[in-house]
Design a protein around this ligand. Structure first.
Ligand SMILES: Nc1ncnc2c1ncn2[C@@H]1O[C@H](COP(=O)(O)OP(=O)(O)OP(=O)(O)O)[C@@H](O)[C@H]1O
Length: 291
């Protein structure tokens, strides 16, 4: 089998636990036996509420959690045994800010080009190309600190794209952005994917975005995958399985929120109320940086 035919991502029995309270508190099973495959060239969405285990799964796939249990591969390369090889295939936009406000947009992208071993002779052209792909050519020589939230997110996308990754991993790429900026981020992701055939793995808790932009989605809750398929397949399953029951979504076609409620037994909004301190702090940090 050639690398091209391998799944972009394959997880089998992936599990990871945290100890709360500096190792003395209870154990939290952040990821609890995840099996999934992302096909080459698709946009795959990992969906779920705060604390579902999405970021932990992403960190295992991006080789940032070396001690995870189970098996994770990227294009056939084992994430535990071949970390450097896997990293060469990846572009990653984490949830936390990865751009430096004190550098220009171009300098930020150039930094990533150096770190990710883009050959020196190609660097300037590749940096310019990545900036153009996210519509930041005109703003490229301004300090990133003067950018709007949407521009910062697009800059981070350019940083991840400069190494021409086969797999682009985006952790909540549109959190804290207004609807226009959110659409702007997705437009660039969709365009780059169409142009390059790159695979995209994205986490989000915006069901409407996943519905519009993802080829397939996995619904994650409390460390486990509760359902996996195209948005259309999942909605059709809910329609079929809840036909005639008292809680059937009345007449209307089910939304992905209905799908989540059906497979997890609760509403997504329940978790918004229960967010933990770390979740709140993380969201605020994101919000203040884009304000
Ligand atoms: N460093 C950590 N120490 C202790 N617990 C953690 C740590 N990171 C995550 N957790 C816990 O693991 C669980 C899964 O967290 P994770 O960040 O993977 O979820 P998520 O679905 O990405 O949510 P969010 O959208 O809030 O990032 C949560 O209960 C979280 O509190």
């Amino acid at each position: 089998m050639t690398g091209q035919e391998q799944p972009a991502v394959r997880c089998r029995g992936l599990a990871y636990s945290f100890h709360r309270g500096r190792g003395k508190g209870p154990v939290v099973r952040a990821v609890d036996g995840v099996d999934l495959e992302v096909r080459p060239g698709e946009v795959f969405g990992l969906l779920g509420p705060n604390g579902a285990g999405k970021t932990t799964t992403i960190r295992a796939i991006t080789t940032l959690l070396p001690t995870a249990r189970g098996m994770v591969e990227v294009f056939g390369h084992d994430c535990a045994a071949e970390r450097t090889g896997v990293r060469r295939l990846l572009g990653y936009v984490p949830q936390a800010l990865s751009a430096d406000a004190g550098l220009t947009g171009r300098e930020n992208v150039a930094l990533f080009a150096r770190v990710f071993d883009v050959p020196r002779a190609e660097r300037a052209a590749r940096v310019a190309q990545a900036l153009a792909a996210v519509d930041l050519t005109e703003a490229a020589d301004r300090m990133a600190g003067t950018y709007s939230g949407g521009m910062v997110r697009r800059l981070e996308l350019a940083q991840a794209l400069v190494s021409a990754p086969r797999l682009l991993v985006l952790d909540e790429p549109t959190i804290g952005l207004d609807p226009i900026a959110r659409a702007g981020v997705w437009e660039r992701v969709d365009a780059v994917r169409r142009a390059t055939g790159m695979t995209v793995l994205v986490t989000t808790h915006y069901m409407d975005e996943a519905d519009r932009h993802c080829d397939r989605i996995a619904l994650m809750d409390r460390g486990r995958i509760r359902a996996l398929g195209t948005p259309g397949e999942l909605k059709a399953r809910v329609r079929a399985e809840s036909a005639g029951s008292a809680d059937a979504p009345e007449q209307q076609a089910p939304t992905l929120d209905d799908v989540f409620r059906h497979f997890s037994g609760r509403a997504l909004a329940d978790d918004a109320k229960e967010g933990e301190f770390s979740d709140v702090r993380r969201t605020r940090r994101t919000a203040s940086r884009v304000g």
